[in-house]
Design a protein around this ligand. Structure first.
Ligand SMILES: NCc1[nH]cc(CCC(=O)O)c1CC(=O)O
Length: 309
């Protein structure tokens, strides 16, 4: 290929880290290929004063980048897969994923006190209904406040006294080299992560025969099986990122174990399930699990949340 492949990304430090990681892997697999990073602003980067759950816009962090991909301004787009709606726009597909990073959420507290010592006097900041619901299930007395902004600005807000603790994705904290700020890793029994958390994906144009094989060559298959099954689960639940749906899957020896949960916003009701499957059947089994959870009460929870808007 004798042209430069343009890699589209948001401009946050985390997004740039992820785009550079894709660039690095492409360059080591195809030393002759030229690549260039193109930074694109999204609505999610511009509107910073409204709670994410209130904007309620799917693809808040992806739409403008996808437009550039469709226009041909870029050749591939790098995203946190967690932020991507389960239905992609026409003519775009996921070309591959990088090996998954840390899947768990982490707890960052100003004076390194663990979650177990927190009371109604402390403020825990998160904009995620999934995190809020599970924290309240763990301890109904906890005081949860909303927060927006990228990882660095949230940490700044905590230092400035806005809150006493933050819950964030461990992957983001590690990628920014901020591991020293982690007070504790939250196990999925306490706070189950979001679908596709910790996975970086590469979105491409459907039928792009030049780019597809290049991306396919760096696709990490065990991660691919995991995230495809997790996204099929989420699609069946019909939950975007702003409903309290969570999933945790582990792959070993060609098999997958998947745990999932749906919670009411106040954390009072939780529906959980677990399944084990071969990788080949993972997506089908994840969909079956979603239907069985919907029957077991998840449908009722999701309906009442949608009715609240
Ligand atoms: N919703 C924002 C977002 N999207 C991806 C990550 C971190 C990286 C990842 O989970 O892949 C984060 C920050 C966070 O949730 O703390």
């Amino acid at each position: 290929m004798n042209r430069t492949i343009k890699i589209g990304t948001r401009g946050s430090q985390l997004a740039l880290w992820q785009a550079h990681e894709v660039q690095k892997q492409l360059q080591s697999a195809f030393p002759d290929i030229q690549t260039e990073i193109v930074v694109i602003k999204t609505k999610g980067d511009i509107i910073l004063d409204v709670a994410l759950s209130k904007i309620g816009d799917k693809g808040l962090f992806t739409k403008e980048i996808e437009q550039a991909l469709l226009n041909g301004d870029i050749d591939l787009a790098v995203h946190s897969l967690k932020d991507m709606p389960t239905e992609l726009p026409d003519n775009l597909i996921l070309g591959g994923v990088l090996e998954r990073g840390e899947v768990r959420d982490v707890f960052l507290s100003r004076d390194k006190r663990p979650l177990s010592t927190f009371t109604s006097k402390d403020k825990i900041a998160t904009s995620s209904l999934r995190r809020q619901a599970q924290l309240l299930h763990y301890n109904p007395a906890l005081n949860i406040v909303d927060i927006r902004g990228n990882v660095n600005s949230r940490i700044q807000k905590m230092s400035d006294g806005y809150c006493d603790a933050l819950i964030m994705a461990g992957a983001g904290i590690q990628r920014l080299g901020l591991e020293h700020l982690i007070t504790q890793y939250l196990e999925p029994e306490t706070v189950m992560p979001a679908v596709s958390q910790g996975a970086v994906t590469i979105e491409i144009r459907e039928g792009d025969e030049e780019i597809y094989p290049i991306i396919d060559a760096i696709n990490h298959l065990p991660t691919w099986y995991q995230v495809m099954a997790e996204r099929a689960f989420l699609r069946t639940m019909e939950g975007g990122c702003q409903v309290p749906v969570a999933c945790f899957s582990e792959v070993a020896d060609g098999n997958m174990k998947m745990r999932a949960m749906v919670a009411s916003l106040d954390g009072r009701i939780i529906v959980k399930d677990v399944m084990e499957t071969t990788l080949d059947e993972a997506t089908e089994k994840a969909i079956e699990m979603a239907f069985s959870m919907l029957d077991a009460g998840a449908e009722k929870i999701l309906e009442s949340i949608r009715g609240n808007d």
